[in-house]
Ligand binder design. Structure first.
Ligand SMILES: Cc1cc2nc3c(=O)[nH]c(=O)nc-3n(C[C@H](O)[C@H](O)[C@H](O)COP(=O)(O)O)c2cc1C
Length: 347
């Protein structure tokens, strides 16, 4: 298992849309953690180029992340929302695609990367078997025990437990507004439930930003911690300047469908507040809001851009990715020692 080969149990979260770069993935892998490339929004050919570039930077293992495709949403479900947006913003064509799923799977089977992870759903039994034959482990992001059971039945090797605190899109297999009446599980709750119910290694994700946070995840039974927002200010990350600056400010985060039609956590801004009831229609709304987000980005207007970030975003440091991995490891070790020395003697 790749997790057993790591010098430190720190995994870089894949971050599509800019932040993930070969340099960032390679720096984390070189420092003894597990780097990740994000294939979301890229073509299979562009993803292959990034894999090749990462391989020139490190011989250590790294992973590649895919978005599982959903089904198209009926136009009637989102036409009203887009009509409302078009009164104030440039709105593009809503369209459906599979994010090049089949071509990316074929490409990955050929590339034989060590880990393929998947969010927004689980590959089929046959797809996981193909990746296994090619020598790849398959990791699946889950947000509930029910999703974890489905992923294990399909053949997943490792689960990524994504708590509600996490930045970016929720990896839930289904994104249904009717489920919003119950709160999504926080990482600590999800981790304990998974440890009690399943028997595969778990990687913990969601607002982990410090060594003590890594230590807490390991203490709760995770095999490793996966961090995204904590790496956004690293020089190797391709984070847009607007997001790089915004996460230093003490702005609360919120879950929203306003930008993409899929629930995601981002920094609170005008656009999120103005559209609290945006419908679930991914990727249709993602494509339709592309022009308005691009225009806002060009103007430096942080009020109409998706600023994906987890709840501990102010802790993200401007450090090289390698130094960040080393610091997290040392601080996690110290935190575990400190926890042990506390009150357990009496037991
Ligand atoms: C900017 C950004 C982009 C993200 N893109 C992806 C992605 O492409 N694929 C994925 O599986 N998760 C993605 N995520 C979610 C992460 O995998 C992970 O769950 C999250 O970063 C953990 O929470 P944290 O950001 O508080 O560390 C993204 C997160 C952020 C912040």
């Amino acid at each position: 298992m790749v997790l057993d080969e790591l010098r430190t149990p720190i995994v870089l979260a894949p971050m599509a849309g800019g932040p993930s770069t070969p340099d960032l993935a390679a720096a984390v892998s070189q420092a003894g953690g597990l780097g990740f490339l994000a294939a979301g929004y890229l073509s299979a050919a562009d993803t292959a180029e990034r894999i090749a570039r990462t391989r020139t930077l490190t011989e250590a293992p790294f992973g590649v992340n895919l978005f599982a495709p959903a089904a198209p949403t009926p136009t009637d479900d989102y036409a009203g929302y887009l009509a409302e947006l078009s009164r104030d913003f440039p709105v593009g064509e809503p369209r459906f695609d599979t994010d090049d799923w089949d071509a990316k799977l074929d490409m990955l089977v050929g590339e034989r990367v060590r880990v393929v992870s998947c969010t927004f759903g689980c590959p089929s039994v046959a797809e996981i078997a193909r990746l296994h034959e090619a020598g790849s482990e398959v990791w699946v992001t889950v947000t509930s025990v029910a999703e974890a059971r489905r992923a294990i039945e399909a053949g997943a090797d490792v689960l990524i437990a994504q708590g509600a605190e996490a930045g970016g899109h929720r990896g839930s297999f289904m994104d249904r507004p009717e489920d919003d009446v119950t709160d999504p599980l926080s990482l600590f709750a999800l981790l304990q439930l998974l440890v009690a119910n399943v028997n595969v290694p778990i990687v913990a994700a969601g607002a982990i930003a410090t060594g003590p946070g890594v230590a807490a995840a390991l203490s709760a039974g995770a095999a490793a911690a996966q961090l995204g927002t904590a790496f956004l200010r690293c020089p190797e990350a391709g984070t847009a300047p607007l997001l790089r600056d915004a996460i230093t400010m003490d702005t609360p985060t919120m879950l929203t469908r306003a930008f993409t039609g899929r629930r995601a956590r981002g920094l609170r801004n005008r656009f999120l507040l103005d559209h609290p009831d945006a419908p679930a229609a991914y990727p249709e709304i993602h494509y339709a809001t592309g022009p308005l987000r691009a225009a806002a980005r060009a103007e430096g207007n942080a009020d109409a851009v998706n600023l994906w970030a987890g709840q501990t975003h102010t802790l993200a440091a401007e450090l090289s990715a390698g130094d960040l991995v080393r610091q997290l490891s040392e601080d996690a070790k110290a935190a575990l020692k400190k926890a042990l020395s506390h009150r357990i003697q009496g037991c």
